[in-house]
Ligand binder design. Structure first.
Ligand code: MN
Ligand code: MN
Length: 290
């Protein structure tokens, strides 16, 4: 388990860091393929593949102050509510110290405390979720904090200033709810047709805020690029579309997470992609910091 392996180039001390990475190795409510509890270390391991120099932003990541705080303490028998409370404690501290939290999940239910803590700091917070799934169930398998319910909780308990991107799966009831409650989502098909640039313009207009929380459920991406997820769904976003979004939105982000990767279904490519997204997020957020 965590505590031994750290994300590449996260050489800053906690106190000097502008960004703090932490792992949340919990997949207790995962429904189809568990394994995201192993994702934090798989992503950390993959992070050593890359050069410290980022040519797109002309910046060397070894010059950017970021820290890996290791994993939050979630024992094997812990419930989702305990995991949420552990994540909440970590994120509240990082935000109170004026830093940007980056969570390596873990399952998607753990996004709720991150978005909630960010909203407490930035009242105008908007939440952007990348996902194949609507995640709008009120409960699933008897659990209200199941990973399939996270967007419902964000909208009802954190902020209605919410959009999701990459959607291509949900129940009829979930789709009805988007109509009844005017929930904005951009299906993967629409992103393909209109292009990510168009979606980014629309969503920034819609959310109308300078502060975002960004959650990347890795299954938003097509399984051809990211096969190792808990609930893979064909016909997703491309890796490059998500890269564009991260480069554009990172400077506005109060926090970021990457969830739902199940490394045992990987030949390494999903973890590499996740590690690279994280490095691009940090590079962009640092270069364009306010
Ligand atoms: Mn999800
Ligand atoms: Mn999903």
């Amino acid at each position: 388990m965590g505590g031994k392996l750290y994300f590449a180039d996260a050489d800053s001390s906690y106190s000097d860091a502008a960004f703090v990475i932490f792992g949340a190795p919990f997949d207790g409510t995962s429904s189809f393929r568990k394994g995201s509890r192993m994702a934090p270390d798989a992503i950390r391991e993959a992070s050593y593949n890359f050069e410290t120099y980022n040519s797109f932003f002309d910046i060397d990541l070894s010059d950017v102050p970021f820290h890996d705080a290791g994993d939050v303490d979630i024992g094997e028998d812990h419930t989702v509510d305990q995991a949420i409370s552990a994540v909440s404690g970590m994120v509240n501290k990082i935000l109170a110290d004026g830093k940007i939290p980056i969570m390596l999940g873990g399952e998607h239910s753990l996004t709720l405390p991150c978005a909630g803590a960010s909203k407490a700091v930035y009242d105008d917070l908007g939440v952007v979720v990348l996902d194949a799934h609507l995640d709008l169930r009120s409960e699933y398998k008897g659990q209200s904090n199941n990973h399939a319910c996270v967007s419902r909780h964000i909208i009802e308990d954190v902020t209605p200033r919410y959009v999701s991107i990459g959607i291509r799966s949900g129940t009829k009831d979930e789709y009805s709810l988007t109509k009844a409650q005017n929930i904005t989502y951009y299906p993967a098909d629409l992103v393909m047709d209109k292009g990510m640039a168009h979606i980014l313009i629309e969503l920034t207009r819609q959310l109308d805020t300078r502060h975002l929380y960004l959650s990347l459920d890795m299954d938003a991406i097509d399984p051809a690029f990211a096969p190792a997820t808990g609930t893979p769904e064909p016909f997703g976003l491309t890796d490059r579309q998500v890269l564009s979004l991260i480069r554009w939105l990172a400077p506005l982000c109060a926090g970021f997470d990457l969830v739902e990767m199940a490394p045992q279904f990987d030949s390494g490519n999903t973890a590499l992609l996740g590690a690279k997204f994280l490095r691009e997020f940090i590079a962009s957020a640092w270069v364009y910091r306010k």
